[in-house]
Design a protein around this ligand. Structure first.
Ligand code: NDP
Length: 273
């Protein structure tokens, strides 16, 4: 019998998840159907419940429901507990298991696909929202020399420093506090990739040979990536690999089979020009 999965969000028509999981299923010979479901803003829990009741086996969760998904989980795994947010659910009888694979997807993309080890590196994450929250622990586990969080609202960066104090010794503050510092890996985890806004990054923030990574995907050269190139950075990437890698983690969690991500990343990549 075909097992059913879905991604839930609002809006959802833009989601690449049905395509990605469809390609994974084809390549691995798994008999699944994967659809996109739009829930109303106050209808998340009821929509999940209806999908479960009709035999659904698992879901990906995207904006704006990642926090609500945490609330309905009966068994949040460590990745979800630390992020306080969920992007994958698995239904087992009465239990709702929950994971957050965004951070692991990011780490896998940087290390495996882009060939940049995190160990010993100075890492700067711009932004202090949900994506940053999910990235901190998987990144810290790779042993970077430091992780700094810079955010427009400095208090939110400081809040993350406090929340993760038991797991990582984060530097945190506003962009002006980055003056005189440089980093080997600079991540844009703000939503500026969807707009034309530039980040107020001080000159010299990119160390020689740095990787500049934009979490937003499919937008070509964003203002952040252009900023990086103007500062002499030649290694730039967007978040398409992160998207596909987090999907691969969920697929393996649900199906017990690891799909090859490379062909799917290649298919979804929009050139950075
Ligand atoms: P949130 O809404 O939780 O956080 C947004 C962040 O952007 C905040 O830190 C906010 O700062 C900052 N920000 C917004 N506008 C500006 C601006 N003009 N100048 C400076 N900072 C700004 O978003 P998420 O953390 O969930 O996601 C961040 C981005 O990452 C999104 O664009 C999303 O598309 C992408 N993403 C990509 C994934 C992938 O698989 N590739 C997965 C998850 C996310 P402040 O606190 O001051 O408001």
């Amino acid at each position: 019998m075909t097992d059913r999965y879905a991604v839930i969000g609002q809006p959802i028509s833009h989601s690449k998840s049905p395509l990605i999981h469809g390609l994974f299923a084809q390549a691995t010979g798994q008999d699944i159907a994967y659809t996109a479901i739009e829930a109303s803003l106050d209808g998340f829990a009821a929509t999940v419940q209806a999908f479960r009741a009709s035999g659904g086996r698992g879901m990906n969760v995207t904006l704006p429901f990642k926090l609500q998904a945490f609330d309905i989980a009966t068994d949040p795994m460590e990745s979800a507990r630390l992020a306080g947010a969920v992007n994958a659910l698995k239904f087992e009888g009465e239990r709702i298991l929950a994971q957050n694979f965004d951070g692991l997807g990011l780490v896998n993309d940087i290390q495996r696909n882009l060939g940049v080890a995190l160990a010993g590196k100075r890492v700067l994450i711009c932004g202090a929202g949900g994506a940053t929250r999910g990235a901190i622990l998987p990144m810290a586990q790779q042993g970077p020399a430091c992780i700094a969080i810079a955010n427009r609202t400095a208090d939110k960066a400081l809040e993350l420093k406090r929340a993760f104090a038991a797991h990582a010794d984060l530097q945190a503050g506003g962009y002006d506090e980055l003056a005189g510092e440089s980093f080997d890996i600079v991540l844009n985890a703000t939503s500026t990739g969807l707009s034309q806004a530039e980040l107020p990054l001080p000159a010299g923030v990119f160390a020689p040979g740095a990787l500049a990574y934009e979490l937003v995907y499919g937008k070509g050269l964003t203002p952040f990536l252009k900023q990086a190139q103007a500062a002499g950075v030649s290694h730039v990437a967007d978040g398409v690999g992160m998207l596909v890698e987090q999907a691969a983690e969920a697929f393996e969690w649900w199906r017990g089979v690891r799909p090859d991500t490379r062909p799917v990343i290649d298919r979804l990549t929009v050139p950075l020009v």
